[in-house]
Design a binder for this molecule. Structure first.
Ligand code: ZN
Length: 268
């Protein structure tokens, strides 16, 4: 690990867990540097991210955030990678469909894939963050809730604009919303109340989907696969019902793989 990173009991613990599966070096970088690439600019306000390459693991931390937040993000990001090694499902792009897309659309699709991959991971990651580590998570969840509220504010939910774009946004809100149920309280209640108020339509569809995934549970890789597959299919079904049209094909271009390890890694 690079300098300017503080080792704590929790960060050591998550690295120890990861070391059961891989001895790839872990590099900590400044998120601001990583998102300089124009295709990644939408990530500038993220709390962090991680990317696994064939030869290393990179964790990107937002150094404008407090130490507590960075510690929680480090654990969070490595837990995503641990899940992969444990055999949890992955989301892949259907290359046969991607080939025919304009670069800007392909970028939207890639972003969608990343968010889908994150969301299905979060059904486990948030739980483990709370129960398996001694992290101070208050600031972290406050930041997360703030970021989600900001995202709600960016999109217009005016009822007269019920076009394809509107419902495509709601499909994404349904996906994001599954996350909110995994936050500990009071953060979960707070963001869900705002979701319900801002976008009642998306909230209702998300709640119905949440209840279904909760019944299956996300506790083992095979069950998690069933959940992820269900989420994808329900979102596509919602798109058909609402005549989302072309954007709905983006969801169809996402494949749920039984095991995230099947997705090839780039060299870093
Ligand atoms: Zn995450």
């Amino acid at each position: 690990m690079k300098v300017n990173y503080i080792e704590t009991e929790s960060t050591r613990k998550v690295v120890h867990i990861l070391r059961r599966y891989t001895d790839k070096p872990i590099e900590v970088k400044d998120l601001a540097e990583f998102v300089r690439h124009p295709a990644l600019s939408h990530m500038a306000n993220y709390l962090g991210s991680a990317k696994e390459y064939s030869n290393k693991i990179e964790v990107h931390l937002n150094f404008t955030k407090s130490e507590d937040v960075r510690e929680a993000v480090f654990v969070h990001e490595l837990l995503h990678i641990v899940l992969k090694y444990e055999g949890f499902p992955g989301i892949a792009l259907r290359t046969d469909m991607v080939r025919f897309l304009q670069p800007s659309i392909a970028q939207v699709l890639e972003n969608l894939r990343d968010r889908f991959q994150s969301t299905i991971g979060h059904l486990q990651v948030y739980k483990r963050e709370v129960t398996d580590f001694s992290l101070s998570l208050d600031l972290y969840f406050e930041e997360l809730v703030r970021a989600k509220i900001h995202r709600f504010g960016q999109f217009s939910y005016k009822p007269h604009a019920k076009d394809a774009e509107y419902f495509f946004q709601i499909q994404q809100d349904i996906l994001d919303g599954l996350d909110y149920y995994q936050f500990p309280n009071p953060y979960s209640q707070k963001i869900l109340a705002i979701f319900r108020e801002t976008c009642p339509e998306g909230f209702a569809a998300c709640l119905a989907l949440h209840e279904k995934t909760e019944k299956i549970s996300y506790s083992t890789p095979p069950l998690a696969y069933r959940c992820a597959d269900l989420v994808r299919n329900q979102i596509i079904k919602y798109g058909y019902k609402k005549n989302v049209g072309t954007p709905n094909q983006l969801w169809s271009a996402l494949n749920v793989l039984r095991n995230a390890k099947e997705i090839p890694l780039e060299k870093g």
